[in-house]
Design a protein around this ligand. Structure first.
Ligand SMILES: NC(=O)c1ccc[n+]([C@@H]2O[C@H](COP(=O)([O-])OP(=O)(O)OC[C@H]3O[C@@H](n4cnc5c(N)ncnc54)[C@H](O)[C@@H]3O)[C@@H](O)[C@H]2O)c1
Length: 274
């Protein structure tokens, strides 16, 4: 092909499922996909918000949108998500496996390693890693039944590929408390990267691509002290804005990345470069 490159990013006629679709990043991801023409299935455990947001997308972008209540940690709920998507749109072309748990019990979620409870570890793993597996398994199976082809993007984190520098958390406040990067978060996100490479190799012969999107820290109400300490570690000198992840997702979901699979696309302002 020697022209028509703009069309590489076109998503009209494609159906993309986004889990965690009403989160801080999820909403921008859904908007970006809809703006490029995709039918978007907003899947989230917060079902009412997912339905409301899907209605908003359909109005704003004049594309197909469906909001589905789905708990990615529950296999029956995931099967229903796939069924409802196929009933409505006939097929699934893309999956953004993006949901992650912050846990309702923030004190347990941010507890120091020495006090970290196995129950909390398992609760987070059930969503961040088991949940991603369940959704990839169900959607990849659907893509194969359709005759193959498709793109799966899984959200990992820089803390799945490097350790966090605990000095940046001194004096930090977020969600009303001192924060840190919990061990289960790093372990689950490293698992996402491993699962991504495995599935890319496994489904390569079916033409199903699987890549990881790896965001750095996104500004979302952290206090000034944290933002400054974090920014000092970043070559671009600041946290990301949520919208700055959207281009990478559209690239990975669309045909613009048709020869890319098994990769991690790191969008972190350079934090992991030094
Ligand atoms: N925000 C950041 O700074 C940042 C940095 C690196 C990676 N990430 C990753 O990006 C992704 C999106 O993060 P975010 O900042 O939008 O987080 P968020 O907490 O705002 O959104 C996560 C969404 O997942 C949903 N969810 C939680 N448990 C679920 C379940 N069991 N089933 C279905 N949905 C469930 C939540 O309701 C929420 O809407 C996550 O995978 C996160 O780990 C975020």
């Amino acid at each position: 092909m020697s022209s028509g490159y703009r069309r590489l990013f076109e998503l009209a006629g494609k159906t993309v499922v986004v889990t965690g679709g009403v989160g801080i990043l999820g909403r921008g991801f859904c908007r970006g996909l809809a703006e490029f023409g995709a039918n978007v299935v907003v899947a989230d455990v917060r079902g009412d918000l997912a339905r409301e947001f899907a209605d908003e997308l359909a109005r704003q972008y004049a594309t197909g949108a469906l909001g589905v209540a789905c708990d990615v940690a529950d296999e029956a709920s995931v099967a229903e998500l796939v069924q409802r998507t196929v009933d409505r749109f006939g097929r699934i072309d893309g999956l953004h496996n993006n949901a992650a748990s912050k846990s309702e019990n923030l004190a347990a979620f941010f507890a120091p390693v020495e006090d970290y409870s196995l129950a909390e570890w398992r609760k987070v793993m059930a969503v961040n890693l088991d949940g991603l597996f369940l959704v990839a398994k169900a959607v990849g199976g659907q893509m194969k039944r359709q005759g193959g082809g498709g793109s799966i993007v899984q959200t990992a984190s820089i803390y799945g590929i490097v350790a966090s520098d605990k000095r940046i958390y001194e004096g930090s406040r977020y969600l009303g408390m001192q924060i840190s990067n919990p061990p289960v978060y790093s372990a689950s996100k490293a698992g996402v990267v491993g699962l991504t490479r495995y599935l890319a190799a496994y489904w390569g012969d079916a033409g199903i691509r699987v890549n990881a999107l790896v965001p750095g820290g996104v500004e979302s109400g952290q206090n000034e002290t944290f933002q400054q300490r974090y920014a000092a570690r970043v070559p671009l000198g600041r946290m990301a804005q949520a919208d700055e992840l959207v281009g990478a997702l559209v690239y990975l979901i669309s045909d613009a990345s048709s020869y890319v699979t098994g990769q991690t696309l790191v969008v972190d302002g350079g934090l992991t470069a030094w």
